[in-house]
Design a protein around this ligand. Structure first.
Ligand code: PRX
Length: 635
């Protein structure tokens, strides 16, 4: 018997030890008892991090939607699967039962098939947080198509890059979206993107805001009439365990975004098992994760993990500040939310508001509070714990990544004693290692180093779409035979982990991963710019904000500088999206470089953070004189 739900600390240690001693047995017991297979696997795991090649449950046949939907129908057909809370509190919430979800997923699956989408084809999904978004993921999975969701805050340029990278055949989008008091013209963004995307044959459009949009003849169709005409039955495509389920792009330190490929069986088993334990979900609980499904958190912990457990999962279309800063707390009271999972940036923004916004709502239903996406600082942790959790709902500070597919280091609520700012202990099956700069593992406690994982886990990404070499170089070359996370971490005296942040050129702004290279490329498009460097600096709500150092081709007056600043941010918005805008732009005559021409970002980071005193030895730089100039003009 597997320990599917861990109840106390001693049991956690037992389960953990078992998962390390005999991983294959451990995972096969869980997979066997808690999922529906069309055929069982021939081999639980084969792996070689030097290639890297990782296969879980090889030979097994399944469809993830049969696990997320069909198998619940007999006992939970009338239970709410997705509880949709719209942007405006004046619009009624929608309860979509497992039965209705089944029908709606099948209808869309049939529409996809009618449009020639087959197993293995890529479908791009560019939708706001409306039920059709979750239904689109599941409809793709139903027929074996690979979904590639692009967060609907990305620009047309970012969208077309992602569509082209994975040769998508179709886009599912909406006329527009609501965001607080604003509406956004999503279809307009798609239209511009598609000028550059020859592989797209069809665009299916959800009517969300009733706006007047242009429909391109022969390419664009309103979705609803097609759904109305489609059958509510669609046989699930039987997939191999290692068939790709989806692609999701994440920023790297350099170059193109990386299309992380997740496969079917391992991803399903791991997201379901982590969901059950990290949130201690009980039948009749209502669970709410505030992430957008455009990010991995939404894929794993709004859609697949909760539905695989037959849970009720809330999808929220709105923002925390509309119609006022009490919106999250109002929704918790309204739907009697039991598990609430959000990001530190939201917590910090809400903690700054009048406390009445939180205190006037009944939050007594809460049992578990989650945090994800970036380090949670001590102050925010305490506010969350005291004001929202009333010191009775444990905070699970969950560390993981797009690449890991599921939660990796986390407390289990009511099991692991929490400690502010610590993600605490590895989840069963996860073997972390801290490494020093010479590539040696640092053993023992009270140490810090670069965080690696020594052994495969079922939901790890298997490759980067179309670029396995880059997958190998990014994650498996820095440390031999280990997966390198790109994060630094420390391990305290009892073995708890605290994630200290990225050790590469990825910057996490409001929980969003941003690579410096694409932002710099965008800045350099400005005709007046000759070179630029972007770094992060601490920001009390966003965690980090972006600071750009820009060399202009010709120096000008300050009036012109202000215009250039605006134009740079405009270009960034067009190329990537508003999330990548710079908070500060300093014009400079030079950037500190090593003799081999590499920009010394460490120095730029320190100056931007106003940590001027220990810049290290700058005398070996190619151009040490620029350091003083940059310091003198820091913003
Ligand atoms: O630096 C870590 C940070 O977010 C990175 C992964 O970002 P992404 O792929 O967008 O996935 C975010 C949601 C899973 C990590 O490399 N990060 C994530 N969770 C935490 C965190 N940093 C500190 N504490 C966390 N709980």
């Amino acid at each position: 018997m597997s320990n599917y739900s861990i109840k106390h600390l001693e049991e956690y240690y037992q389960v953990y030890r078992k998962s390390i001693r005999d991983p294959e047995n451990f995972w096969s017991e869980i997979a066997e008892e808690h999922f529906m297979w069309r055929k069982k696997w021939d081999n639980v795991l084969s792996w070689d991090f030097s290639k890297p090649e990782i296969k879980w449950f090889e030979g097994a046949k399944l469809n993830i939607t049969e696990n997320c939907i069909d198998r619940h129908l007999a006992t939970k057909g009338e239970k709410t699967a997705i509880l949709f809370e719209p942007n405006s509190p004046d619009e009624a919430a929608q309860h979509i039962t497992y039965r209705r979800l089944y029908e709606r997923v099948n209808q869309l699956a049939n529409v996809l098939k009618d449009h020639g989408i087959e197993k293995g084809d890529r479908v791009c999904i560019y939708l706001p947080m409306i039920p059709e978004l979750a239904i689109s993921l599941l409809a793709c999975a139903r027929i074996g198509a690979v979904h590639s969701v692009v967060f609907a805050g990305f620009s047309s340029n970012a969208l077309s890059t992602r569509i082209n990278d994975s040769d998508c055949k179709m886009v599912i989008t909406s006329d527009g979206s609501y965001r607080g008091a604003k509406t956004i013209d999503l279809k307009g963004i798609v239209d511009v993107a598609l000028d550059e995307c020859p592989s797209i044959k069809d665009v299916l459009v959800v009517n969300r805001i009733n706006s007047d949009i242009t429909m391109k003849e022969g390419r664009d169709k309103w979705l609803q009439p097609l759904l109305d005409a489609a059958s509510t039955e669609c046989a699930a495509e039987i997939m191999d365990a290692e068939d790709p389920l989806f692609i999701l792009y994440t920023s790297g330190s350099t170059g193109m975004p990386k299309g992380m490929v997740h496969t079917t069986a391992g991803y399903m088993v791991y997201t379901a098992y982590t969901f059950k334990n990290v949130f201690q979900y009980k039948e009749n609980d209502v669970y709410w994760c505030t992430a957008d499904i455009g990010w991995i958190t939404g894929h794993s912990y709004i859609v697949y993990g909760p539905l695989a457990n037959g849970a009720t999962t809330v999808m929220f279309e709105g923002v925390p500040s509309y119609p006022d800063f009490g919106r999250f707390w109002e929704v918790i009271a309204k739907h009697k939310i039991n598990q609430f999972y959000t990001a530190p940036t939201a917590i910090r923004a809400l903690a700054k508001q009048n406390i009445d916004f939180a205190e006037t709502h009944d939050l007594s239903s809460l049992k578990v509070l989650g945090s994800v996406g970036e380090p949670i600082n001590e102050e925010a942790w305490h506010w969350y714990n005291d004001v929202i959790g009333k010191k009775k709902s444990p905070i699970v500070d969950t560390w993981w990544q797009t690449e890991t597919g599921g939660i990796m280091i986390t407390p289990l609520p009511y099991v692991t004693p929490t400690k502010p700012t610590y993600a605490t202990l590895p989840f069963p099956g996860i073997q972390p290692a801290l490494m020093d700069e010479n590539g040696e593992e640092i053993k023992g406690n009270q140490v810090d180093g670069r965080l690696c994982i020594k052994f495969p886990w079922p939901s790890m990404a298997r490759t980067i779409w179309g670029n396995h070499q880059r997958y190998k170089e990014t994650y498996f070359t820095a440390f031999k035979d280990k997966y390198f996370t790109g994060d630094g971490a420390l391990r305290d005296e009892v073995g708890y982990y605290r994630i200290t942040g990225r050790v590469d050129d990825v910057i996490i702004v409001s929980g969003h991963n941003l690579g410096t290279a694409p932002i710099e490329d965008a800045i350099n498009e400005h005709p007046a710019v000759s070179e630029s460097a972007v770094v992060g600096f601490p920001h009390d709500i966003k965690g980090n904000a972006l600071y750009g150092y820009v060399i202009l081709k010709e120096t000008g007056e300050s009036r012109i500088h202000d215009n250039v600043r605006k134009e740079i941010n405009q270009i960034i918005t067009e190329h990537i999206g508003p999330i990548a805008k710079l908070d500060k732009i300093q014009f400079t005559i030079g950037l500190p470089k090593t003799r081999s021409g590499k920009i010394m970002r460490r120095i730029l980071r320190k100056i931007a953070s106003r940590d001027m005193n220990n810049l290290g030895d700058t005398s070996t730089l190619l151009n040490p004189e620029v350091v003083q100039e940059i310091k003198d003009n820091v913003l």
